[in-house]
Design a protein around this ligand. Sequence first.
Ligand SMILES: Cc1ncc(COP(=O)(O)O)c(C=O)c1O
Length: 387
Amino acid sequence: MSGLSRRADAMAESVTMAVTAKAAELRAAGKEVIGFGAGEPDFATPGHIVAAAEAACRDPKAHHYGPAAGMPALRSAITGTAPAMNAEAGQVVVTNGAKQAVYQTCSVLLDPGDEALIPAPYWVTYPEAVKLAGATPVAVPHGADLKVTPDSLESLRTDKTKMLIFVSPSNPTGVVYEAPEIAAIGRWAAEHGVWVLSDEIYEHLTYGGAEAVSMAAAAPDVMDYYVHVNGVSKTYAMTGWRVGWLIAPSAVAKAAASLQSHLSSNVSNVSQMAALAALEGGLEPAHVMREAFDRRRLRMVSLLRATPGIELVEPRGAFYAFPDVSELMEKKGIASSVDLATILLDEIEIAAVPGDAFGAPGFLRFSFALSDENLEEGLTRLQEWAG
Ligand SMILES: Cc1ncc(COP(=O)(O)O)c(C=O)c1O
């Protein structure tokens, strides 16, 4: 008898934990494990942002509680990041990372018995946030292009479907939906009164001519049922600062702010001032980072595609490649991608994340947020091992 609530008991243990623990064990034993698991930029936060935080530390105004929904100046600046929404500052809630925005959106919109459609492969937090709200996550299978369509969504819609959680560019696949695809999905949602939580955290990390199109721009009909989630983590290399946000219809934003006022209150004022400096400072640092990611992406695509038993849909956003390794598993007689990831760690000391974690067995996720040298060395080891 654990004594845990049903909600806590229902939380899935991370499938990646075994691999992560194993990688840590090997590193502690002095092995040079090459990590392809990073979910964050391997760059420092730009200097002007850090300087704004330093100034905030010295400003007594930043030393006290602030409004739970965020500093007015930051909320106002955030409205400018989603021009298609034409939102007011009152529709913005500043959260502890986009993760908390996802959690709060689910908590204020979902009831027990409701269903939320989640295209697979999905970011691990989505189903857990839905379950913590007492609702049921429903994974939507992907096509060969790793995308879903209005038809695949419609095939799983029931009278309990309340929400769709949509992300483009995607973690874990790096897939970027085209504007007409997003528009069609938005129209489907609006037609059926399904809420859309649109996670646009990787919007500025796209490559090879791909463009991240906001659902608000592609499908304005969706606006009454639309929650936009974003943050500074990935765009400005600020994962540790914990600043994200949601922009939603006023009633939803108000409920999310009220929830936050009881849960965690305002995000650290110092981090909020840093986020404001990031937004006001423009996207130049993100473009510099993007150049490095793109160079690594192209190298990763070419090395993975030259590896026997691996099929890869080209990632055009975020910083992940998500190859299908089922043929490689079959050839080597390996039953699951968790086993494959463990074997790769043991035998060639590279750490990738098994697709099972994202609802996609038979795949591995490789992050290209690591140095060019390590990327080259790790994927060359993989090629030799697979051949
Ligand atoms: C798709 C997606 N959304 C949200 C987040 C969370 O971002 P934050 O650091 O702002 O909480 C991540 C982080 O990995 C992510 O991959």
